[in-house]
Design a protein around this ligand. Structure first.
Ligand code: EPU
Length: 436
């Protein structure tokens, strides 16, 4: 088998400018949401990444037509012909489950294979299924497929057990064309969801955000096609910022909206690094020494779980002890043992090492980490376990002594557009090779 790998020489200071791409976790959602109309939509700022490619293939398999009108500009013709998402897409990403809304509204039935995504926890879909059942769908699970049907979806109040991003988005897609009003309580309110809501509004949906994590949706009979530019990727923003700080570099990240990362900016200051805000971006740099800190990941507006792996590499360079309590996914430290082999000192605990009540208490999940720094990292061969861990390996390799080889780079390319070229542009010594 032929495999693409990255070879990285560490230690070089990175300087220059990186421009953010469109948000992965909005792009795939607006592609599916555009299928709620029978008219064409034009989606702008769509990153050309693996996850978008898989989503488009899934849409195509259902009869949808699409074309790239320009770089990052996608036209979707929502000519749905089938209500069955093929089984081959089971396990590829988190997207198939989001087809419930468009397929149930168009065909009154949907068949959806089990969903995948990064292996960072069990990632069940019970909130999605329960929510759609409350909206009026009958759903059974058979041979790895959810088989759903309905006469029509009807608005109702749904209280999520946890403010799940995917379940909130999925139920919004069901609610916008349901009969009557749907209220989603204890919902997720991440900026990516606000962007999806803006997109749905531009299609004609009526959606209010109320206090206490509540979305109120007044169902419409029809939605229209639209033209919409999605937000830039705030996980990319923090990934590149973490790289700049860990590397003692100086990187201007163009296109960051600071409102989406203000919690992260506090931590940048708390560890002793710095940033400078400009109209069109933020420059990150640091003047060592960095200081250890304690942080807990959380739903928005907390410290985002997807920022945790890249930022943990920063903390390996900070003096003293740092503590991370991961409260969103039970298994998001799978990347740590390889870092320890590079020379990091990261210790995992099943205890909640934080002040917030966490769902993973007493469940034997290694969801807290103590990082002792600073440590010198040494290059090594690394196999990427998941997307954000993959980016943390890129950072680790770029600050390590010697050369690293990264395997499984398609997992990184699933979420970061042209990553090798963009890193090369700020001085990274990274090249792609083929391993046979
Ligand atoms: N959960 C359940 N039941 C459900 C749904 C979720 O128990 O039915 C639990 C999950 O197991 C997890 C927690 O709720 O412990 C949060 O999961 P959520 O549903 O919010 O995550 P998601 O929608 O599957 C999206 C992003 C993730 C990001 C999270 C949190 C996409 C495609 N993925 O996942 O992004 O970490 O929200 O912000 O939007 C990434 O981009 O690398 C990534 C993993």
């Amino acid at each position: 088998m032929v495999e693409k790998i990255y070879k990285i020489k560490g230690g070089k200071k990175l300087e220059g400018e990186i421009e953010l791409a469109g948000a992965k976790n909005v792009a795939t959602k607006v592609i599916i949401a555009s299928l709620l109309s029978e008219e064409k939509s034009i989606l702008e700022n769509i990153p050309e990444i693996g996850d978008v490619e898989i989503t488009l293939k899934m849409c195509e398999s259902l009869g949808v037509k699409y074309k790239w009108l320009d770089k990052n500009v996608l036209e979707i013709e929502p000519s749905l012909k089938d209500y069955r998402v093929p089984l081959e897409y089971s396990g590829k990403n988190r997207v198939p489950i989001l087809f419930f809304g468009p397929l149930l509204h168009r065909f009154k039935k949907a068949e959806i294979p089990i969903v995948g995504g990064c292996q960072i926890g069990q990632r069940p879909v019970d909130f999605h299924i329960n929510g759609y059942q409350l909206l009026g769908a009958k759903i059974i699970y058979q041979d790895n497929v959810y088989i759903a049907s309905c006469d029509k979806l009807k608005g109702i109040t749904i209280e999520l057990q946890y403010p799940s991003v995917g379940a909130t988005e999925n139920l919004l897609l069901g609610a916008v064309l349901a009969e009557g009003t749907t209220v989603i309580r204890n919902a997720a309110i991440e900026p990516e969801i606000e962007d999806l809501v803006l997109f749905l509004q531009s299609m004609g949906a009526i959606i209010y955000q109320d206090v206490n994590r509540t979305w109120i949706v007044e169902g419409r009979k029809k939605l229209k096609g639209t033209t919409f530019r999605i937000m830039n990727d705030r996980i990319e923003a923090v990934s590149f910022a973490s790289l700049a700080i860990a590397n003692q570099g100086n990187i201007f990240i163009k296109g960051i909206d600071p409102r989406g990362i203000s919690t992260f900016l506090n931590y940048v200051r708390k560890i002793g690094a710095d940033f400078e805000l400009f109209k069109n971006g933020i420059r990150f740099y640091n003047s060592f020494p960095l200081k250890g800190i304690a942080l807990e990941t959380d739903v928005h507006p907390g410290f985002m779980t997807d920022w945790q792996p890249p930022f943990s590499i920063v903390l390996t360079q900070a003096e003293g002890v740092s503590i991370i309590h991961e409260t969103v996914y039970e298994n998001r430290f799978g990347y740590v043992s390889a870092l320890n082999e590079m020379g990091a000192k990261i210790y995992l605990f099943t205890n909640c090492l934080g002040s917030k009540p966490c769902r993973f208490c007493y469940h034997d999940f290694p969801h807290s980490a103590i990082i002792v720094g600073p440590t010198t990292l040494k290059g090594k061969e690394l196999e990427v376990p998941d997307l954000r861990a993959g980016f943390s390996y890129l950072i680790a390799s770029l600050i390590a002594e010697g050369e690293s080889t990264i395997l499984g780079i398609e997992k990184i390319e699933r979420g970061y557009e042209n990553i090798k070229e963009r890193l090369q542009n700020i001085g990274a010594e990274i090249k792609e090779e083929v391993k046979t």
